[in-house]
Design a protein around this ligand. Sequence first.
Ligand SMILES: COC(=O)C(/C=C/C1=C(C)CCCC1(C)C)=C/O[C@H]1C=C(C)C(=O)O1
Ligand SMILES: O=C(O)CCC(=O)C(=O)O
Ligand SMILES: [Fe+2]
Length: 371
Amino acid sequence: MAPIPISSIKVGQIDDVQELRKTKPTIIPERFVRDMAERPTLAPAMPCSSDIPTINFSKLSKGSKDELKSEISQLAAACEHWGFFQVINHGIDLSLLESIEKVAKDFFMLPLEEKKKYAMAPGTVQGYGQAFVLSEDQKLDWCNMFALGVEPNFIRNPLLWPTEPEKFSGTVEVYSKEVRKLCENLLKYIAMSLGLKGDVFEKMFGETVQAIRMNYYPPCSRPDLVLGLSPHSDGSALTVLQQGKDTSVGLHILKDDRWVPVKPIPNALILNIGDTLEVLTNGKYKSVEHRAVTHKEKDRLSIVTFYAPSYEIELAPMEELVDENNPCKYRRYNHGEYSKHYVTNKLQGKKTLEFAKISNQKLELVNEGPI
Ligand SMILES: COC(=O)C(/C=C/C1=C(C)CCCC1(C)C)=C/O[C@H]1C=C(C)C(=O)O1
Ligand SMILES: O=C(O)CCC(=O)C(=O)O
Ligand SMILES: [Fe+2]
């Protein structure tokens, strides 16, 4: 997946929000100020909810037959009605969660000059900076990001793996292996929740793609004017999100047309369904739009893993999930092409998935059958 030529993209000035916060703590440059319709309504006006479902992973992996059955049906409900859930007892060592949080935070605390050694080039999504900025007039997120392609090896850019903090790269490797195992296992249970064979995704996905993105949201003097991260759905099959301990609530998901804040359970991981699973399940399990907001006094860190199929594979709704009551809603496409489309467009709700959607007009024709 080649990046688009750098010379063709003009992104204008992108202020580093940590530096802004240090030097001009009360000034919000115009490029960060959202149009009225996009501005967040913040707590306490909003009900704070920890209502996204909780999945007890140990009941899936080592529970009794009855526990497995009941947890699988909870998983089915979580995927079908929420697209987001918190996983407790996920089996990843808490000390590893602490280590990744520490190296991520230490990285963001480095001087700007050091971080700039790993600067994200315009039109690409790896390195330090702001991804998905593709024009000079595009609004910016109140966030610094650092992203790396992890697997397979060919998506890695070794020049972007930091030498400082010393333990950064080693910790990312170990953490990514553990999160990978969790994704593989959860995909097995998700397949079972659909009444399919447990290995269906593993067999279909080929050499899976995995990337990690660390998002650092410094405090913002006007959290009512800005967004930490623009609304979007993830292009992955599954996304795993770890939130920094003691950081503010910042993730919002769109549920029944309302933004619902997600209150993290300590030590749990947040999982969400990405666009790939939406397509494969013919919309039974949907990717859900989400965003991040900022806080007046507190900073926030999130560490996000995207787990996706090989760029080589062709995707289309699985035949078991298509019938006359559920006509095929997405076309067949190559996942590498979708990835390219995803990373070369700004984050804008679920707009990216239109790439794969069969339009309503065409759907009607399909339903009516041959004339
Ligand atoms: C908000 O989403 C992302 O930042 C993102 C980026 C992922 C990637 C990298 C950081 C490195 C190169 C590979 C990849 C594009 C996966 C989302 O990833 C989603 C989007 C697609 C498509 C996908 O497969 O995962
Ligand atoms: O920081 C968050 O809570 C959201 C991060 C996210 O959605 C992403 O990186 O794709
Ligand atoms: Fe996301």
